[in-house]
Design a binder for this molecule. Structure first.
Ligand code: NAD
Length: 251
């Protein structure tokens, strides 16, 4: 029996990077997955690659109407919804805090934090009204626990996600809606070059990785494995945790 057999999941930001890895793992474990992403071309390509148990909807995770459309697609096409992975994220390029513009601050808080708010505003009532168990997993970051310089408001946005997730775990535990986070250390995705604060060279990436005891960056498979556990029945009694997928970085 596959670990997510019969489950339906929305994975945001799954046109690439960690999200695409999560979508692939979930489908491999028997789930049907809706990829939600701003990028139509990459999203369609990812869904085509992942096969019939994957659908794509272009959307912006900061907009309530786009979450409504995702819920509609999940119920129309796959008969319901069980799992929500808030993975889409944004950052500005690493820089001194005094140089961060209002626009950059708003982007980071909208995509990283408001998205979680909007997802719960739209989807928690669905789980409550249908008396259906639900699982929310937020892809936060080690940045929310052990911040690196030059990323102040990205770090703060991820800390907000971790804290808000724990609050909701307490509030909705009695309704059997579980809320957890997964916090990856630096990986090799579309966002990585923005974290460095230096030229994107092998040497500078190696400097980042040198602070990780297990000696390598995180991969989409590492992140997907943690999400799969949290989404599965194996984690039926797990809520309000933040799993660091970080090779020991946060110790
Ligand atoms: N890459 C890292 O080193 C790293 C480390 C820790 C945490 N994270 C987190 O992992 C998550 C995934 O990022 P990634 O590293 O795979 O980067 P990525 O750039 O490969 O993927 C991010 C995806 O989110 C989509 N997206 C951005 N804004 C959106 C919006 N408003 N609505 C819908 N989709 C949107 C992008 O189009 C992209 O496909 C993010 O939350 C990021 O903060 C990344």
């Amino acid at each position: 029996m596959s670990r997510l057999q019969g489950k339906v999941a929305i994975v945001t930001g799954a046109a690439s990077g960690f999200g695409k890895g999560i979508a692939a793992k979930f489908i491999g474990e028997g789930a049907r997955v809706i990829i939600a992403d701003l990028s139509a071309d990459a999203g369609q390509a990812a869904a085509a690659e992942l096969g019939d148990n994957c659908a794509f909807l272009q959307g912006d995770v900061t907009k309530a109407a786009d979450w409504q459309a995702l819920l509609q697609l999940a119920t129309d096409k796959f008969g319901g919804l069980d799992i929500v992975i808030n993975n889409a994220g944004a950052t500005y390029a690493n820089k001194p805090t005094m140089q961060v513009t209002e626009k950059e601050f708003d982007l980071v808080f909208n995509v990283n934090v408001r998205s979680v708010y909007q997802s719960t505003e739209v989807l928690v009532p669905y789980f409550l009204d249908n008396k259906r168990p639900g699982v929310f997993i937020q892809v936060a970051s080690t940045a929310g626990l052990r911040p690196r310089g030059g990323l102040t408001w990205y770090n703060a946005s991820k800390a907000a996600v971790i804290n808000g997730t724990k609050s909701m775990a307490v509030e909705f535990g009695p309704n059997n809606i579980r809320f957890n986070c997964v916090s990856p250390v630096v990986g090799s995705t579309g966002m990585t070059h923005l974290f460095l604060g230096k030229a994107d060279t092998e040497e500078n990436r190696a400097g980042f990785v040198s602070t990780i005891p297990l000696g390598r960056p995180s991969t989409p498979a590492d992140v997907a494995n943690a999400c799969c556990y949290l989404a599965s029945e194996e984690a039926a009694f797990i809520t309000g945790v933040n799993i660091e997928v970080d090779g020991g970085r946060c110790v």
